[in-house]
Design a protein around this ligand. Structure first.
Ligand SMILES: *Cc1c(COP(=O)(O)O)cnc(C)c1O
Length: 387
């Protein structure tokens, strides 16, 4: 049996043709494909504005800047995420802190957030921006977070890198509750452009700021200039930005992929349902289902129930790798990374994220995962965990 990866992109002949068409055209960058991709993404996510960039880490960076994060700002995120969810605040010279997770959803815990906010409001340390993460594709509790944001006066930057096409309370993720939302198009994510990311917002002014920051802080729009342009060559730098642009051939791949978003999401959901059935009865905690939101199923994470089995996460992980199954672990809690410990964070500080991590294994889930391969994953797990 061939090695089964934990994630695998789905590239169709149409995707390839869309990229080749751009490669044969006049513009490889700054042509019409990027705005077309942004329009298609905004349409599928029912949001007013979408600004595409070279990756989601860059998207988080300029989203923070656009929301006013700078030296002296405080940003809070979830410890159960990829490094970029926290690093983006440090890029801006801000400080970062974490809010522990709810062990059921594995997302930022609203109660822990409320407790931390009420303490911070007494000590004068309220956050300027909160970055909740839709872990594994399951939307975080944005309605409750929005109420707290309005009460305490912070902004919400949702890291929906896992959640392209997910929905929450009947609305696509990225269209409601957050001030801005970031999605990733890295090859392992739901929709891919190889590398890529996008920021959505309902706020025209914010979208404009994201566009400026994406491309050196420069504009060719005379309405944004200080003087009447002396000619068609003229541009002005009105802010300090970066080159975080995405290419036209990547955007064409993204647009083509978006055409299959619903189909790919349904395939992921079908396989997640199958895992629920195949793995029922094993000493595992399976992903939580919630009736008011639809997960994008970026990951299917099992947790070894250490009260019911002697097998450890490490022994199961290694046995599965030996059986040709590309398991992975998402995530080592960010605050336990050496770099973050040098900033003063300690083991034991966010116990729910740490105990989740101690038992978590991501098993293969992607649109083209075959039934045979999926059965093999379940059979190996059954053999290891004594069913
Ligand atoms: C993948 C990911 C990112 C970073 O995305 P890139 O496009 O690789 O920069 C950020 N946050 C989370 C939660 C991710 O999974």
């Amino acid at each position: 049996m061939a090695f089964i990866p934990y994630s695998c992109q789905s590239i169709s002949d149409e995707d390839i043709a869309a990229v080749v068409k751009v490669l044969r055209s006049e513009f490889l960058t700054q042509g019409l494909e990027v705005p077309a991709f942004e329009a298609a993404f905004a349409e599928t996510h029912k949001v007013a504005y979408a600004v595409a960039v070279c990756n989601a880490t860059a998207a988080l960076h300029i989203a923070c800047l656009g929301l006013g994060v700078g030296p002296g700002s405080r940003v809070w995120t979830s410890p159960n995420s990829f490094l970029a969810s926290a690093n983006c605040a440090l890029y801006c010279g801000a400080s970062v802190d974490f809010v522990d997770i709810d062990p059921q959803t594995r997302n930022m815990c609203v109660q822990a957030l409320e407790d931390k906010l009420s303490e911070a409001s007494r000590s004068g340390g309220l956050p300027h921006v909160l970055i909740p993460v839709d872990f594994a594709g399951l939307p975080a509790d944005l309605r409750e977070m929005r109420a707290l944001a309005d009460q305490y006066g912070f902004k919400i930057l949702e890291d929906a890198s896992h959640a392209t096409g997910a929905s929450y309370l009947g609305r696509p993720v990225g269209s409601a509750f957050a001030d801005a939302t970031v999605f990733s198009f890295h090859a392992v994510k739901i929709v891919t452009t190889g590398e890529g990311g996008i920021i959505t917002t309902q706020n025209a002014e914010l979208a404009n700021r994201f566009r400026l920051l994406r491309s050196h802080g420069m504009t060719r729009d005379s309405s944004q200039m200080g003087v009447e342009p002396p000619g068609a060559w003229y541009y002005e730098q009105i802010d300090l930005g970066y080159n975080y642009r995405i290419t036209d051939f990547q955007a064409a791949l993204g647009t083509s992929q978006l055409g299959r978003l619903a189909q790919m999401r349904d395939l992921r959901a079908l396989k997640a349902d199958r895992y629920d059935t195949l793995l029922a009865g094993l000493p595992l905690h399976l992903p939580l289902r919630l009736g008011d939101r639809i997960s994008a199923w970026h990951l299917y994470v099992i947790e070894i129930n250490s009260e019911k089995t002697q097998m450890t996460r490490r022994s199961v992980f290694e046995a599965m790798r030996s059986a040709g199954i590309g398991v992975n672990v998402h995530y080592t809690p960010i605050h336990t990374q050496p770099y973050y410990r040098r900033l003063g964070f300690r083991f034991g500080q966010f116990p729910a994220a740490e105990s989740y991590y101690a038992n978590a294994i991501s098993i293969p889930l992607f649109p083209n995962l075959s039934e045979v391969d999926q059965n093999h994953v379940a059979i190996v797990l059954g053999r290891l965990l004594g069913a």
